[in-house]
Design a protein around this ligand. Structure first.
Ligand code: NAD
Ligand code: ZN
Length: 364
């Protein structure tokens, strides 16, 4: 048996208001007059405030030639978008001291990928896969403003490329620093907060019910699940404690899948996202709604949370698709071999046939 030896985030700061320490955190990583680039979710462009009431953009510790770039996350990150951003920075500055991503999972992934592409030749599409990145990127820090994806701790950055939706999975991908300040997630819209929070819940169910499970994954997965339950099942209203707990759930859920894998909901939702552009959080929810045969208890609890939190989960999104379109989704989904193996075991190909998967897509 060969065990994975995985690289983790180097520095973590957690706490309400910890964002205020960003200037001192970044200071040792400034290289001469090369700027720090703050890649900020476009939600904050018009002065949206964080939990302390001040606009986030006024709190960014800009020095010298530092630059704020607003990340357009209308669509999930694409390799073309990453390449364009990296080129823009190389053309303007030659090199930069670091890339600081502030936003949801999409912005965090963009920041990781742009950092890597500052020091690796070619296109980010060349590095979609496992361990293809050869050089460390520039210094990178991640500051989540939505909780659930685990992108703050993972060794991947999920990108849609010309031929596939796949991450740049590598030991160079994890952040050098993350700043977990639950205040920053205070104003997230109720539906979005739920969809992204459910990404974490689903990571836990898929990890804990998976065949790859070990005590490391289980320890983190159980804690994350407990926190999700406190937030979405036990509590009767959203408060600051909910943000505190969900941010730690996201971290622990990410740690859980780092040593195991996700499962059926993710494998199926990747197909939706590739063909229809369905976003990760909501896509997972749309699929989870129909996964009783695979995760009976998890799905029952998921439905309870949907009802309690008064959330709409779309249905009928695959109505009217052609055979060719179903085939595209099936191909993308069945291509996620480790996910299926984790979910259904080594003989997964005998269990999840194309016909069975087609029937599942038709229900969504
Ligand atoms: P997101 O980053 O796509 O953002 C969703 C929406 O919320 C956007 O409109 C954004 O502007 C807005 N938003 C962000 N923060 C906000 C705030 N504080 N208040 C109000 N609005 C806010 O959503 P997400 O669910 O966090 O991330 C999904 C992305 O994460 C996908 O691209 C997915 O592929 C990726 N992902 C990556 C990993 C990984 O390990 N790298 C894991 C899971 C998902
Ligand atoms: Zn996910």
């Amino acid at each position: 048996m060969k065990f994975r030896n995985f690289k983790m985030v180097s520095y973590v700061i957690y706490g309400r208001g910890s964002f205020n320490q960003l200037d001192e955190i970044l200071a040792p990583h400034r290289k001469g007059d090369a700027p720090m680039i703050f890649l900020v979710d476009h939600f904050f462009e018009k002065g949206a405030a964080t939990g302390d009431g001040k606009p986030l953009i006024n709190r960014i510790p800009l020095r010298g030639k530092d630059k704020v770039i607003f990340a357009d996350v209308t669509y999930e990150p694409k390799t073309t978008q990453v390449d364009k951003l990296a080129k823009q920075l190389k053309d303007e500055f030659g090199t930069v001291s670091g890339v600081i991503g502030i936003g949801g999972g999409s912005t965090l992934d963009l920041a990781k990928a742009v950092s890597l592409m500052m020091n690796n030749p070619g296109s980010s599409a060349d590095y979609q896969g496992w361990d293809l990145v050869k050089q460390a990127g520039v210094y990178k820090a991640g500051i989540p403003t939505l909780s659930g994806t685990g992108a703050e701790v993972s060794r991947t950055t999920v990108l849609t490329g010309p031929t596939r939706k796949l991450g740049m999975n590598s030991d160079f991908t994890p952040f050098d620093q993350i700043v977990l300040d639950p205040e920053l997630a205070a104003n997230a819209p109720v539906n979005q907060r739920f969809y992204t929070g459910m990404d974490c819940y689903i990571h836990c169910i898929e990890s804990l019910q998976g065949t790859y499970l070990n005590e490391f994954s289980k320890s983190y997965g159980e804690k994350a699940l407990e926190l999700c339950r406190e937030v979405f099942v036990t509590k009767d209203h959203w408060d600051t404690e909910s943000d505190d707990k969900l941010m730690m759930a996201s971290y622990a859920g990410g740690m859980s899948i780092a040593y195991s894998q996700v499962g059926v909901a993710h494998a199926v939702s990747y197909g939706l996202s590739y063909l229809l552009g369905t976003k990760h959080g909501i896509g997972n929810c749309i699929v989870m709604n129909h996964l009783e045969p695979y995760y009976p208890e998890g799905v029952a609890e998921f439905k309870k949370m949907v009802e309690k939190n008064n959330i709409d989960i779309p249905v009928g999104i695959c109505k009217g698709l052609t055979d060719e379109q179903f085939d595209t989704m099936i191909n993308v989904s069945l291509g996620m071999k480790p996910l299926w193996e984790n979910a259904l075991g080594r003989d997964w190909e005998k269990i999840m046939t194309r016909e069975k998967l087609r029937a599942l897509y038709e229900k969504l």
